[in-house]
Design a protein around this ligand. Structure first.
Ligand code: FES
Length: 522
């Protein structure tokens, strides 16, 4: 497929949300301090937690490893919806109707809370009310669609069964939820972040937290630069948690990537937000852009570091888009990853049952808009009131996780396989990669990653993941080194893009210098 005729395929992937928002410039954390609450992570969970807790009179410091919204928040499709696949039948069957009700109420409340916060703070964030649809093209899903309409309706959601959607896609059935919405997540988060610094509340950027230690009834958080914050309460809102003391999160979360195109089409978008029920995933929404609109075409999925030739995932979305629209151009494309839990429900609440002042929010299953708002409201209520009406369904230590023991075993077997395969697969014994190519090579008998840019400059990294030692794989579409075990990602010059890793890779442009670095690493 000749993709080079499309604007975005001439350069590396770039998120529309990031490209259309001003850069933030909060200071780095440099002076030790003591504070009520430390929030680790400046995405939607972290900023919204900071917003709510500041309103409750608490002194808050937020540490972001890069820039506000530069992680998963900056690469989403940004649908504010309580329609998370066929979730309500699933929770009802797996955990019972009461917990399904908690999930429904939490996510419906989150939709309204976005509108309220945007209005109260005069935030211009392209918020547009929409209906949301799940459709199927597969006869075997018709009954499931019908069951989901019943389950959602019983829980108070305005859901209906429909047989048509306004696209030339021959569907068998669909669910429609009303009173949903879409927005521009970075316009929202960067405006909300501005309300936080003052009255002893702080945002720090380029301040990666690397350790959390207990000292009496306090926590000490140390950043990469060596500065420390002492706090009574810590909220880990860093997507995949890097802290792993009793919680075993690395054994019960995995990361999955997905892809988005921002298409300029000849046809006008008919409104609504769409996703299909079956595989491969396909998702649609639109976004106002200059004097026209972009159509966001999303989908595909694979475990991070296991996507083979990742460009093929963008190609599959182009094929899908071509069947529905006349494509003028593809102005942006990007990919992202989200944390998946073994039972399909996020982990939000106490990090473990014995840590009343340590909180976690993760595992949003690619439904991070409402789940991030739910997390912020839930954690605020646990801190301020000691309880939340939704804490049971989101409880990270819920007993029902045991019912997912099969998924737990499958995911951990996959990690073990990746660990062994990565160490044993044969590797060519040269660093003579072509311009534009990245691959594993042998340097002094040790595995290494080599990437040569278009100008012919060589970039060598140690491909042993700094988290738990799995071997990284090359991601050709994004030009990154991705870990197939827990999903850490690194730039071609070894910098962390996504955790749980907290340490960069050894890197050099020069083979002899790199050999010395490798000797120090092993
Ligand atoms: Fe865990 Fe790489 S992310 S070993």
């Amino acid at each position: 497929m000749d993709l080079s005729k499309y604007t975005s395929f001439k350069e590396l992937p770039k998120s529309y949300w990031i490209a259309s928002t001003e850069n933030t410039n909060y200071p780095a954390f440099s002076q030790d301090m003591k504070i009520d609450v430390v929030i680790i992570g400046g995405g939607l969970v972290g900023i919204q937690c900071a917003y709510f807790l500041k309103k409750e009179g608490l002194k808050v410091a937020l540490l972001e490893a890069n820039r506000i919204g530069s992680g998963t928040t900056g690469y989403t499709t940004a649908k504010i919806t309580s329609q998370h696949g066929l979730i309500y039948s699933k929770i009802k069957n797996q955990m019972g109707e009461e917990l399904a009700r908690q999930y429904a109420e939490a996510n419906e409340s989150a939709i309204g809370e976005y509108k309220k916060i945007a209005e109260e703070n005069n935030i211009e964030c392209d918020y547009i009310p929409q209906s949301s649809f799940i459709y199927t093209q597969d006869d075997s899903y018709i009954q499931k669609i019908s069951d989901e309409v019943d389950a959602a309706s019983r829980l108070g959601i305005k859901a209906s069964y429909v047989e048509e959607i306004p696209f030339p896609i021959p569907i068998k059935a669909a669910i429609r939820f009303d009173n949903q919405a879409q927005f521009h997540p970075l316009k929202y988060i960067t405006a909300l972040a501005k309300t936080i610094p003052d009255n002893d509340c702080h945002i720090f950027e380029e301040s990666r937290a690397i350790t959390i230690d207990e000292e009496g009834s306090n926590y000490i958080i140390t950043t990469e630069q060596g500065s420390k914050i002492i706090a009574k309460i810590v909220i880990i809102a860093s997507h995949y948690p890097f802290y792993n003391k009793p919680g075993m999160y690395y054994a019960r979360i995995y990361q999955e990537r997905s892809y988005v195109l921002a298409v300029k089409a000849k046809e006008k978008y008919p409104g609504g937000m769409y996703i299909n029920a079956e595989d491969p995933t396909r998702s649609l929404r639109h976004q106002p852009h200059l004097n026209g609109e972009l159509i966001l075409v999303g989908g595909e999925h694979h475990k991070t570091g296991q996507g083979k030739d990742t460009t093929k995932h963008y190609e599959a979305l182009v094929d899908f888009a071509k069947d529905i629209f006349t494509i003028d151009d593809i102005l942006f494309r990007w990919s992202t990853q989200d944390c998946m839990t073994v039972d399909g429900i996020p982990y939000v609440g106490y990090f473990n049952p014995n840590t009343p002042n340590l909180y976690i929010a993760t595992g949003f299953q690619k439904w991070g808009m409402t789940n991030s708002m739910v997390s912020a409201m839930l954690i605020r209520d646990l801190i301020v009131k000691g309880k939340s009406p939704w804490q049971d369904v989101y409880n990270p230590s819920r007993k029902t996780i045991l019912a997912s023991a099969k998924d737990f075993v499958v995911q951990n077997l996959n990690v073990a396989e990746q660990l062994i395969d990565g160490k044993l697969s044969p590797v060519p014994d040269d660093v003579d990669v072509k311009a534009g190519e990245g691959r594993i090579v042998m340097v002094d008998g040790k595995r290494a990653g080599a990437y040569k840019n278009e100008k012919g400059n060589l970039h060598l990294v140690n491909t042993t993941c700094t988290h738990m030692g799995c071997e990284l794989n090359w991601n050709s579409a994004e030009r990154t080194w991705d870990c197939p075990c827990h999903g850490s990602r690194f730039t071609y010059d070894g910098k962390i893009i996504e955790g749980p890793a907290t340490k960069h890779l050894s890197f050099s442009n020069d083979v002899n210098t790199f050999k010395k670095l490798l000797q120090e690493d092993f």
